[in-house]
Design a protein around this ligand. Structure first.
Ligand SMILES: NC(=O)C1=CN([C@@H]2O[C@H](COP(=O)(O)OP(=O)(O)OC[C@H]3O[C@@H](n4cnc5c(N)ncnc54)[C@H](O)[C@@H]3O)[C@@H](O)[C@H]2O)[C@@H](O)CC1
Ligand SMILES: [K+]
Length: 514
């Protein structure tokens, strides 16, 4: 990710970072009046593009989000729409800019009342944006309740009111928008659930903030996109050789053999030159029968960990995956731990998933202490809670107001020394150095058994080809989402590696062609 430049459109800004960007824009000579006028115009334009003339109610709040609302109201009225405006707050407390646009509105200013919704076809939600600090109360809350109940189409300014733009948390209740127009850059709350599910279509509008303001901010959060890592993607070289493409090693248990097979096959599909699956002797025949391109190594009974260590003496095994189907019952748990530690002590690139994480639930520190090389952990929420029990309760988590996935993943990466892929519909990939990526292309179809085993395999395959753990994790998560979209409804985990070539072909055409 050496090429990750600050001005990439994928950068995400928290509320305070956005505030700093606004200030820098002003210092650079763009007055707040201009920013607010541009913000309001962007919203009005987006509305005019999508809806035909109708009765619109603009709900303005006490801060600058309301200021944007005054601008929208005036523009829609100028376009011939029937516009009513309701304002909550005191004019004296408005910022000079918002006050100026308030006075420019020549129509009636009404009080908040749910009766206003009677003859309303469309609502502009300019109640609260980045300045929201607590749950909505009183008339604003009543209005939101009524909006939820009546299902009137809503266009939200910046964020649907009640969403914390930094975390995606809902403070109180939120009426879902059909369209959200935000400014300059997306905010994490547009991509993290529950916020993401309430934004509807998301438009990012340029309001005249110069991109150079980003240089002054130490921004560390991006929306996942090939733009972030395609330059480091390990395409096979024409003069290459399978040995240049790495040799991945996967541990497979004896009870659930499908999981590690999916991992191994997925590592091959994404381009690992060779993949060996090491399996206990009891299950060896199952693996050997089922696998063709993937090689199978035998681990003798009750010395599986020792045999695995011996395989690791061969330094050509340059990337290792442990977890899918590794086993947790009785002695299996001890064995899984031994195998994980044997992998980590080599300092080679390692993916830890599923049982490899749960096996350390009682002693996470031993795992974290052993991580001294490139390592990617891929917990889902359950595994995360087992491995990082303190993080879910720590005060950094937005004063316990929100289940802030971004902060949790970052803290976990820092604490463990591994790249943490906190899985879900809004998977977060966090690096121990503080960088984080939110993924946004995964369809719901991916929530199916074995899907995580495939993801572990994609990461493994990219690590084997020499990609750095943060890049490999981001690329694999993105590919996983794309294949999910490619297969769509009816998807089963087995489909994922099989449809990957189609996704790779499109990706290659888009990002590798001259
Ligand atoms: N700062 C700028 O330069 C720009 C800001 N813009 C707009 O300004 C917004 C941010 O403006 P503000 O920082 O004024 O924030 P808001 O407009 O979101 O609201 C802040 C006000 O609401 C109050 N408040 C917070 N939570 C409340 C609650 N639950 N109940 C009642 N009152 C509550 C605060 O005390 C404060 O008075 C952005 O979302 C965007 O829409 C745009 O105009 C573009 C330029
Ligand atoms: K809003």
């Amino acid at each position: 990710m050496a090429h990750m430049h600050k001005q990439y459109p994928q950068l995400l800004l928290t509320a305070s970072e956005m505030g700093m960007a606004d200030k820098s824009a002003v210092v650079a000579g763009v007055p707040v009046m201009d920013l607010m006028a541009a913000a309001g115009k962007a919203v009005a334009d987006a509305v005019l593009e999508r809806w035909s003339t109708c009765s619109v109610l603009v709900l303005c709040g006490p801060g600058n989000n309301g200021g944007d609302g005054f601008v929208v109201a005036k523009l829609l009225q100028a376009a011939g729409w029937s516009v009513r405006l309701a304002f909550m707050g005191s004019v004296e407390k408005l910022s000079p800019e918002a006050a100026c646009f308030f006075h420019a509105w020549q129509g009636e200013v009404e009080e908040y009342s749910v009766d206003l919704l009677e003859q309303t076809d469309l609502v502009i939600d300019a109640m609260f944006g980045a300045g929201l600090t607590r749950s909505l109360e009183g008339k604003a809350r009543d209005m939101v309740d009524a909006l939820i109940e009546r299902e009137i189409p809503i266009c939200a300014v910046d964020v649907p009111s009640g969403i914390d733009g930094t975390t995606g948390a809902v403070l109180g209740k939120v009426a879902p928008a059909e369209l959200t127009v935000t400014f300059f850059r997306k905010k994490p709350g547009h991509l993290l659930f529950p916020g993401r599910g309430l934004c509807g279509e998301l438009v990012v509008a340029d309001i005249g903030i110069p991109v150079t303001v980003l240089d002054e901010l130490n921004l560390q959060t991006w929306e996942n996109s090939p733009e972030l890592w395609y330059r480091d993607y390990p395409w096979p070289r024409l003069d290459g050789h399978k040995f240049h493409r790495g040799h991945a090693l996967v541990f497979g248990g004896e009870n659930i053999t499908g999981a590690s097979r999916l991992t191994a096959r997925s590592a091959m599909r994404i381009g690992a030159g060779l993949v060996t699956l090491a399996a206990p002797i009891k299950a060896w025949a199952v693996y050997a029968t089922a696998l063709t391109g993937v090689m199978v190594a035998k681990l003798e009974q009750s010395q599986e960990a020792e045999d695995f260590e011996e395989l690791l003496l061969d330094t050509r095994h340059n990337a290792i995956a442990v977890g899918p189907g590794a086993g947790l019952a009785g002695f299996e748990s001890i064995r899984t731990r031994k195998i994980v530690l044997a992998a980590l002590i080599t300092g080679r690139a390692t993916v830890l998933d599923a049982d490899a994480l749960s096996a350390f639930a009682n002693d996470p520190q031993t795992l974290f202490d052993a991580i001294n090389g490139p390592c990617v952990m891929t917990p889902h929420e359950g595994e995360f809670a087992r491995l990082f029990p303190k993080i879910n309760k720590s005060p950094e988590i937005n004063n316990n107001l929100a289940d802030d996935k971004l902060t949790r993943a970052r803290l976990a990466a820092k604490q463990s020394g591994a790249v943490v892929v906190l899985k879900g519909a809004d998977t977060v990939i966090a690096s121990p150095d503080g960088r984080a990526i939110i993924n946004s292309n995964a369809p719901a179809d991916l929530a199916t058994g074995g899907s995580g085993d495939v993801l572990a395999g994609f990461i493994l395959g990219l690590l084997a080809q020499g990609m750095s753990p943060f890049d490999a994790a981001a690329a694999a998560v993105w590919m996983h989402g794309e294949v999910g979209n490619e297969v769509g409804a009816g998807l089963i985990a087995e489909d994922l590696p099989e449809h990957l070539p189609k996704v790779l072909a499109v990706f290659k055409r888009q990002y590798l062609s001259p």
